[in-house]
Design a protein around this ligand. Sequence first.
Ligand SMILES: Nc1ncnc2c1ncn2[C@@H]1O[C@H](COP(=O)(O)OP(=O)(O)OP(=O)(O)O)[C@@H](O)[C@H]1O
Ligand SMILES: [Mg+2]
Length: 251
Amino acid sequence: MTANASVDRASAALRVERLTKVYADGTRALDEFGLRIPSGCFFGLLGPNGAGKTTLIGAVAGLVRAPAGRILVFGHDAVIDVASRLLVGVAPQDVHLDRFLSARELLAYHGRYFGLPKLEATQRADELLDVFDLTAKAKTNPHRLSGGMRRRLLIARALVHRPRLLILDEPTAGVDLELRYELWRYLRRLHGEQGLTVLLTTPDLEEAETLCERVAFIRAGRIAAEGTPAELTERFAASRLEDAYVQAMHT
Ligand SMILES: Nc1ncnc2c1ncn2[C@@H]1O[C@H](COP(=O)(O)OP(=O)(O)OP(=O)(O)O)[C@@H](O)[C@H]1O
Ligand SMILES: [Mg+2]
């Protein structure tokens, strides 16, 4: 793998068509799911527990096999084309960070895994430690970081190989108010300065309304509604996105 997969700028950042995922126990997590995320968009995916958000992210990242349907990342097929892997960076919902590496090593190893030469991987690790204000903790094991620092490290890790699509699965779940605002600032900056496409899942309607240019409501493995927060609010004759969400989930 090389770290320079081509980006077809005319394509959507993510295009998912009729994606169905049935787990071995019969759970239908995604049901002919369809979604299109324009390139450069800050996109929010909102839905209740078990709606299929993490399953979708797993399928896009190539971690969950979904034989039915199609996933295109900047025009590259996520199942057969390895280039799509290089274009996506995922900060997962469940934090699993290696016990035996320092924060800096963790970032550098990730870079190596994605094909960066050794020196570049280390430089990139240092750069990201700086961006996420973790330089003072470079030699610290992730398990000795605070919860908020670990979240930041996870987002940094997702960015090491310079993906064009950053996927964040509930990045602010369980973090305090101050840190939430801080993470919002980081994400806005990344999106604004680098034109990164961001797909974010969140249970927090305020977060979606603040950060996202477009939002989709997911319910039982299908999209219930999609649009800008203003469009959705208007479509459901609601006063806030939260009211639109409640209606989309219960009608
Ligand atoms: N490995 C698995 N085996 C069987 N069923 C699974 C598996 N992973 C997820 N599921 C089921 O698939 C459905 C969708 O789960 P998923 O984790 O995608 O939801 P989610 O929208 O991310 O929920 P949450 O908001 O709680 O994170 C749920 O019914 C879940 O129990
Ligand atoms: Mg989830």
